[in-house]
Design a protein around this ligand. Structure first.
Ligand code: NDP
Length: 341
């Protein structure tokens, strides 16, 4: 059985790609350039059932047409993970909103045109950001569930990178559900969305030359490389381990009960202080080199955040999520393995 993974060289998608191959699926993955193919391919064995294709820019409507024209008939499952997760931009529309929304539309249109009879399930990598935006995150009177939606509008989200990124995820997810509703009689596929909190955990292929990691992992990388006197930004919110996110994507197309669901994949809450406490405790070689912050204030920070309830998701998925200590320990251990402190 063949699975198409868009943006398969991303932090989350690399893990999914490897897990799919391990589970015996054939994978067709898209990356943006030949250069990306050349960097990605050496990580795999010649026997791996992986085909890489180029989709240069998902902002362009029609960007997935060629690939689906060529391979559509053999693709049974589609995992759409490609979407920009960057926050250091002020070109909100061009860099965030358009690629997220057009990318979703383009891949679903391509399925409709060339693979309406073959693709059975589509999994959209959405986000907790589609359930709640920054304004809701810091309202501790709110409870966010699988039914919650980030209320951002196209105009009011263009204030900072994080707000616009979160909005890009809600617009993209809404686009997917709307597309299915409008085209139900013309396509075979059903949709499931995965809505993760901040994703941490080890990189599948660690690149020691890369000093800046993908946006979520960079939060931990920054803490590990901070100086004693660095003031660590107060960050707090829901988190989940990348290994669980990969499992979730695969179960999402395997299990019938997950059709039509939004899976709120959150293991628990974290704060940058909580991460500092774990790192200082578990990595003695960093003691005295990185800040200690204000130990013991983790719970106070988390209490400022909205509450996340995802019991339905946990029941549907049926596996225990990796906890913060293991997630952070494994992330930091990998970073430190490649350097002499
Ligand atoms: P990465 O930045 O590692 O991966 C993003 C992927 O999307 C890359 O393959 C990237 O290609 C591709 N991409 C981005 N913009 C374009 C574009 N315009 N045209 C073609 N491809 C593009 O991030 P993650 O792995 O963290 O994110 C994967 C998905 O998970 C995203 O949808 C993200 O919103 C979602 N998510 C992530 C969370 C996290 O904390 N990491 C939390 C919740 C959701 P390239 O590398 O060449 O730029």
């Amino acid at each position: 059985e063949t699975v198409f993974v868009s943006g398969c060289n991303g932090f989350v998608a690399t893990r999914i790609t490897v897990d799919l191959l391990k589970a015996g699926y054939k994978v067709i993955g898209s990356v943006r350039s030949q250069d990306e193919i050349d960097q990605f391919i050496p990580h795999f064995k010649p026997t791996d059932a992986l085909t890489l294709v180029i989709v240069e820019d998902i902002s362009v409507l029609g960007s997935f047409d060629e690939v689906f024209k060529q391979y559509g008939k053999e693709i049974k499952y589609v995992l759409h993970t490609a979407s920009p997760f960057i926050i250091d931009t002020t070109e909100y529309v061009k860099d965030l909103l358009i690629p997220a929304v057009n990318g979703t539309q383009a891949i679903l249109e391509a399925i409709k045109k060339y693979a309406a009879d073959s693709v059975e399930r589509v999994v959209i990598t959405s986000s907790f950001a589609a359930q709640a935006g920054p304004k809701q995150w810091y309202d501790n009177s709110l409870t966010i569930t699988e039914e919650s939606w980030n209320p951002s509008t196209w105009d009011d989200c263009q204030v900072d990178g994080m707000t616009a990124y979160c909005a890009s995820k809600v617009f993209a997810e809404k686009e997917a559900w709307k597309f299915l509703k409008d085209n139900e009689s013309q396509v075979k596929f059903k949709i499931t969305t995965i809505n993760p909190g901040f994703v941490y955990g080890p990189q599948t292929f660690f690149d020691p030359k890369k000093k800046i990691m993908n946006t979520s992992s960079q939060i931990i990388n920054h803490i590990v490389h901070s100086k004693k006197e660095t003031d660590i930004n107060e960050i707090f919110g829901p988190f989940v381990d990348v290994r669980d996110i990969s499992k979730g994507h695969i179960l999402a197309f395997q299990k019938k009960e997950l059709i039509g669901k939004r899976l709120s994949m959150v293991s628990g809450m974290f704060s940058s202080q909580g991460v500092l406490d774990i790192v200082n405790e578990d990595f003695p070689q960093l003691k005295g080199k990185i800040p200690v912050g204000k130990p013991g204030t983790d719970a106070t920070l988390i209490a400022k955040h909205c509450t996340v309830i995802n019991d339905e998701t946990k029941k549907l998925l049926g596996f225990e999520f990796i906890d913060l200590k293991q997630c952070i320990d494994d992330t930091v251990k990998q970073i430190l393995e490649y350097e002499t402190i």
